[in-house]
Structures are given as structure tokens and as C-alpha cells.
Design a protein. Structure first.
Length: 341
């Protein structure tokens, strides 16, 4: 990977937990200073392991399942409780402050990529919340004698991953439709060309989203994500598969060109122009945004919006020497790769 301030490897990110139960690595603004309003985590769970019940004080989360079968339990505001399954290619959304746990209920390791709507998410564990209260207070809460809680853990921190005692208790209706879950890879792609597809989780398709969204971008070597910028949306991408090259223009006029490998994370601040070129056979990117409905302005539409004399002056060529750009009424997002890399 080319060294760049815009890129970090999530596979080499801060190791939060590593045990026989699984591992957790993350990139926050502490490890990736460019991050704003976004951060990312890679969670691996062994069979029978669970991400302990917890909540985030300052961030919503948006997860994508790479591998494995999982059961999520979510406790929302207004006494709402949900328990549902997610598998490969499916997503889940958890509001800031909502209590939730993630269990591996399959026979193989589970892998998840989870984005957060803050550059430094804050966590509370249910274990820590119980430890903060006295036996008497907990006894009063549950109408039990104080000694019922005498043997509990007194650590107000977090264990992070726990072993589930006994088999998983999966509700019979865990596969039903749930507002926290979105089957993005089963979606008919709104952007669909022979040279690339984009499936999207955004508010018009998934109303639960409030602060985050994601595009699942799959492009073969015959396509390219056109140069573009997002006027009021930052972008954080995770490379699930393939190799690619990106170029970013910074406000001082400098450019940053780098290659991306599987496991890499890149970050684009709001309104910085950039593009994605495929190197090799194909790529699969998980592209997260800090808005529920991201917008963008592409070069194809932007260039064709001006008449030829203005375009010639802009490109610094003589009148009549500007390239004849095709009229574009709507940006295609993905374009065919006519020229070699």
C-alpha cells in the first residue's frame, strides 16, 4: 500500500480485544487523525462467542456481515425489544444509546465490518452498568433480596467478548422482517451497468437510518467510479476485495495518489474530489457516509454543464480546442474504462 494520510489498514488497526473468543480491531481518530464523524471496526467472533450487551453514548452504528450467522438483540427507546438474525451480505443499524448484543450462532467464525457516526465512539457495557450499582439498589430494582446479586462481577469496565453458556436461544421469528436489518446484497441495484454495480442503504430504502448510510460497490476491471465529490458528506471506504487506485485533490492544490488493498480503509473529507480505478480483476468496496442520504457531484455532469468557450478557458486551451463532452443530464456514478490504467 502506498503511504498516505488518507489511508490506514484496518487489519493492522488498534487491537481492542484478542482471545480464543475472537478479535476486535478499530480505527478511530486516535489511530487515523483525518477521521471526522466516522470511525470503523472489524469484529471477528468464534462460534459460541458474543459481543457483550453494550451501547454507544455518542454514536449510531451501521454493520455489514462479511461471514457467519449472527443473532442480534436490541433494546430501543419506548420499551422496544428486537431479536433478529443476520447473515452474509446483510446489514444492521443500531441507534446511539440503544442497548445491543451480537451473538455468533453459527458453526464458523463470523466477520463484521461496523461503522460509527463519531470519530471516537464511547461505549458502556451492561456489565459495567450493573457493577456501578449496589446490591441493595439492584435488589430493589428487580424486587429481589440484595444477596441475589452478591456473586456478580464488580468491574465497571468491559469484557468486550464473552462465551455464551449453552446453546443459542434463537426465537422462531428471528428471520422475520425487522427495521434494524437490511438485506443490501439482495437489493436490485439502483446503479447497474455491465461495467459495475452499486447497491445502496440510504433512507429511501431503509427508513431507520438517521446519521449513516453505505454503498456496496462492485466494479470489474472494465469500469471505474467516476471522479466526483460529495458537497456535504464525508466518505469512509473499506476494501473487502480487490485492488484499486485513488487520487484526491486537497484544498492547497496538492494531489495524493495511492493504491488500496483488501483490508484497507480510506477517508475523504467533505467536498474533496476523488475517484476509484480498478487494478486487477474486480473490487468490492463498502463505502460509508456520514449522512443518511449522501449526495455527490460527478465530473461527467459538471463538465458538460458549461458551454465550450467556458470549458476551453477552464482547461486552458484555445477556443475550439476543448474536448466535445457528451451531454449528461444525470451522473452515472460508474463509467466504462475505455482507456488503460
Amino acid at each position: 500500500m502506498t503511504t498516505s494520510r488518507h489511508v490506514r489498514s484496518l487489519l493492522q488497526g488498534d487491537l481492542v480485544h484478542d482471545s480464543a473468543l475472537g478479535s476486535v480491531r478499530r480505527l478511530t481518530a486516535d489511530e487515523f487523525p483525518l477521521l471526522q464523524r466516522l470511525s470503523i471496526k472489524r469484529l471477528c467472533l468464534q462460534p459460541g462467542a458474543l459481543r457483550e450487551p453494550h451501547w454507544h453514548a455518542n454514536a449510531s452504528e451501521l454493520g455489514y456481515v462479511i461471514a457467519g450467522q449472527l443473532l442480534l438483540t436490541v433494546v430501543d427507546n419506548a420499551d422496544g425489544v428486537s431479536r433478529f438474525r443476520v447473515g452474509p451480505g446483510q446489514m444492521f443499524h443500531i441507534d446511539s444509546g440503544a442497548l445491543h448484543a451480537i451473538e455468533n450462532i453459527g458453526e464458523d467464525e463470523a466477520e463484521l465490518i461496523i461503522a460509527f457516526s463519531h470519530e471516537r465512539p464511547e461505549d458502556f457495557s451492561l456489565r459495567g452498568a450493573f457493577a456501578a450499582m449496589s446490591d441493595g439498589v439492584l435488589g430493589n430494582t428487580y424486587d429481589l433480596p440484595a444477596q441475589a446479586f452478591a456473586e456478580r462481577q464488580r468491574d465497571t469496565g468491559t469484557a468486550y467478548l464473552l462465551r455464551r453458556p449453552g446453546p443459542a436461544q434463537v426465537p422462531a421469528d428471528a428471520g422475520r422482517k425487522d427495521p434494524h436489518r437490511f438485506d443490501i446484497e439482495a437489493q436490485s441495484p439502483p446503479v447497474d451497468f455491465p461495467y459495475g454495480q452499486a447497491r445502496v442503504s440510504r433512507t429511501q430504502f431503509w427508513p431507520a437510518l438517521k446519521h449513516l448510510s453505505m454503498y456496496s460497490l462492485q466494479i470489474p476491471d472494465t469500469g471505474m467510479r467516476e471522479p466526483h465529490w460529495h458537497p456535504d458528506t464525508a466518505e469512509m471506504g473499506y476494501v473487502h476485495r480487490g485492488r484499486a487506485r485513488m487520487t484526491i485533490l486537497d484544498p492547497d492544490g496538492s494531489t495524493d495518489t495511492y493504491t488500496l488493498e483488501a483490508g484497507d480503509v480510506y477517508f475523504i473529507p467533505r467536498a474533496y474530489p476523488h475517484q476509484i480505478e480498478v487494478l486487477g480483476e474486480d473490487i468490492h468496496f463498502l463505502v460509508f457516509f456520514d449522512q443518511p442520504t449522501p449526495g455527490d457531484i460527478g465530473y461527467r455532469l459538471a463538465g458538460s454543464a458549461f458551454d465550450p468557450p467556458v470549458l476551453a478557458a477552464t482547461l486552458g486551451v484555445a477556443a475550439g480546442q476543448a474536448p466535445a463532452l457528451p451531454f449528461t443530464a444525470a451522473d452515472p456514478l460508474i463509467v466504462a474504462k475505455r482507456n488503460p490504467v
